[in-house]
Structures are given as C-alpha cells and as structure tokens.
Design a protein. Structure first.
Length: 383
C-alpha cells in the first residue's frame, strides 16, 4: 500500500467512526497533495457548505467520501525524504568572552520530520533556530543546505527557510487579502491565487475569520494566520519559536497535529523544527527531540540509550514520602524526590511501569497524575 492509499484509508476510517473534525482535516491534507485546482475548489465549496449546515453530519460525511473518491483517482508522486536537507557541523555562536556561547552543535535535518527543541530558558533554543535559519551569523562551523530550489544568494535562500518568532508582527487589512498579496509576491498565477488562499484558509481552520483584521483575532488565530502565510510560500524548512506560548491546551494539540500532518505531505514535505516549553505535547508529535543545556546539544534518543538502566516515574498524590516509600518497598526503589508538588521515583531498570501502577492501586493511593518519563526530556528538568 502506498502512502497516498494509506492516507485515504485513514480518512475513511475517521468518517466511518463519525470523527468528522479530524477526518475532514485529513481529507484536506490528501487534497493538498494533489495540487489540483479542481479538487481545491471542491474542498472550498464543501467547507463553505459545512459551515452553513453545521448540524447535517450525515450529508456532510456523504459529500466528503464522494470528494475523497475523486481525490483517490489522482496519481501522486512520492517525495524521497531519505536525503538530508540541512547538515550543521560543529557550529558555535559566541557572544563574547564570559558571555553565552551556543555549541559546538552537529545536527542533520530531513524533510518530513518534526524536531522538537527543548531546554530551560536561556539555554540557546532561539539562537540555534536563528542560526539554522541564516538569521544569525555563526562564529564557527558550517551549515550546508541541500534544497530543491537553487539559491544564488542569501536572499534567495531565505525564501526556502522560514523562521517565525514567538511574537509576530502586526499586519493590516483582512486576513484573506494579506494572504493573496503574499502569493502574488511569490509569482503565483492570478487564476490560482484565490483558490490556493481559500484552500489554506480552510485547512488551518480560518474559514470564519478570513475577513477579519489583526486586532479582531486572538493570539492563537494570529499564529494560525502566520502559518498560513508561511505555508503558502512552500518553504522547505520551517523554524517555529515557541508557537504554543499563547494557546490553550486543546489549541496546542490541534495545531501540533496539523503541523505534523502538513509537514508529512507526500509530495511536498517540510522539515520542521520547533522550540517549546510544552514538553509532553511536543514529544507526542516529534520524530526527534533535541535538548539544550548551557548551550550544549543532547539528542534525547542517545541519552535514553545510555540511561536505560532506570525507570523514572512522576507521581502526583497527597500521601507523605514515607508512605510512598513503603508502597514501593518491593520494587527496587532507588530514590524518591519531591519536585514542585510531584514525586519523582527512580527504580532499577528491572522494574516495570505497570508494577508501579499495580502497587499504587493495591495500596489504595489516590493518584492525581502519573507518567513514565524514562524516555522523556522531562527527566532532564527534574534531575
């Protein structure tokens, strides 16, 4: 089964389970892969119909599956994501003697991959993003780009590398008009301009906001607008600095899943690197997680391999330390720390997470929250 066929199958599964919210977003991803203007127009028409008939779920599913059948008949050429898009070798960014220094850092980036960049504030996340995006000149090392479009100078290169800061600049006029202007600036044929803009507006959940101005949008929708403006340019590498900072938990999950799906496009994949303090949400969608400490680089997967002799569990509960210690007496508990209202329990590698849950249950410990963080970057923050 090809990737395109697998995507179609997933969409059908969502609609069969009446999960129309996620199913329709996945359908639009399939439509985007076709790069077919007639399919785009059909999606735009269906999106408009859906917003006008929010309670007619049965007919919406029927219309969606009919459109999906048309999408499935359009052949899609799969992009080879095996090649490396960016290779940074021994890069260092120094701000002077006795001041912060980033690096040395060596990292390879591929399209179709999501890289989570985490670390405490002041450890170089923004500096690394800006260096890779060519917004900062590095002090030492090299960054090599293997991109589809050829670039004769730094300005041309910037069209394929897009860095979106945490605080975006104000814009004027309506959202839709701004997006149309962006496309026209990048040479989009006039007959395709509005269709492509409306397609992106639909995909990023901006349909009911397309005629609004800057001061009429919430922080979350301003970020979505920035993403729409960026994605219309078809970047090859996207750098996002704290994109989740002003979003509620549900909005964080939705926008991360959207980014993951769009970056995994079959014929137009994007390499995405995003920094965030929202560890759990980022780890769920990241193919790799990079942790920065004092400007030094550590890839999570390498650290997990070297630390696989421990089970580390976070537990939030009301019991005292001595009681919790007695609960874990037979589970080879090595240490128990109290960190910011949550216990961090370290066990030997022979202890399983389900045995920890079993011990808590048998001793009737009311647990508000628990999580195995043995392979999570969370363990760096509680060490």
């Amino acid at each position: 089964m090809t990737k395109a066929e697998a995507r179609i199958k997933d969409v059908i599964s969502f609609f069969n389970n009446k999960d129309t919210f996620l199913g329709y977003r996945k359908l639009m991803d399939c439509a985007l892969d076709t790069q077919n203007m007639d399919i785009y127009k059909a999606v735009i028409s269906l999106t408009d119909w859906k917003e006008k008939h929010p309670d007619n779920e049965h007919e919406f599913i029927e219309k969606s599956l009919t459109l999906l059948e048309k999408i499935s008949k359009i052949p899609i050429t799969e992009y080879n994501t095996a090649q490396t898009t960016v290779v940074a070798t021994g890069i260092i960014k120094s701000y002077g003697t006795n001041r912060f220094t980033l690096g040395p850092i060596t990292v390879a980036i591929q399209k179709g991959q999501v890289y989570g960049l985490v670390g405490e504030n002041g450890n170089g996340k923004t500096t690394l993003l800006r260096a890779l995006a060519k917004e900062l000149k590095i002090t030492q090392g090299s960054i090599d780009y293997n991109l589809e479009s050829k670039h004769s100078n730094v300005y041309d290169l910037a069209t394929s590398l897009v860095y979106i800061p945490q605080r975006t600049k104000k814009w004027y006029g309506s959202l839709k008009d701004n997006l149309k202007f962006v496309l026209s600036s990048y040479g989009c044929p006039p007959e395709e301009n509005e269709t492509r803009v409306l397609m992106m507006i639909a995909r990023l959940g901006l349909w009911n906001y397309k005629h609004l101005k800057w001061n009429e949008l919430s922080s979350g929708y301003k970020m979505r607008f920035e993403l729409a403006r960026t994605l219309l340019r078809k970047p090859e590498i996207l750098f996002l600095d704290e994109p989740l900072a002003n979003l509620d938990v549900l909005a964080q999950q939705v926008i991360l899943e959207d980014l993951k799906s769009i970056c995994n496009s079959i014929n137009n994949p994007i390499a995405l690197i995003l920094s965030s303090q929202q560890l759990y949400e980022v780890e769920k969608i990241s193919d790799k997680v990079i942790y920065l400490k004092d400007g030094k680089y550590k890839e999570n997967i390498d650290t997990v391999t070297s630390e696989n002799n421990h089970l580390i569990v976070e537990i939030e509960c009301e019991v005292e330390r001595d009681i919790l210690k007695s609960v874990f007496n037979a589970l080879h508990l090595e240490k128990l720390i109290f960190n910011g209202g949550i216990y961090i329990a370290y066990f030997s590698g022979n202890t399983s997470f389900y045995s920890v849950l079993e011990a808590l249950g048998k001793n009737k410990i009311d647990v508000t929250y628990t999580r195995d963080i043995s392979k999570s970057t969370r363990r760096f923050f509680v060490a």
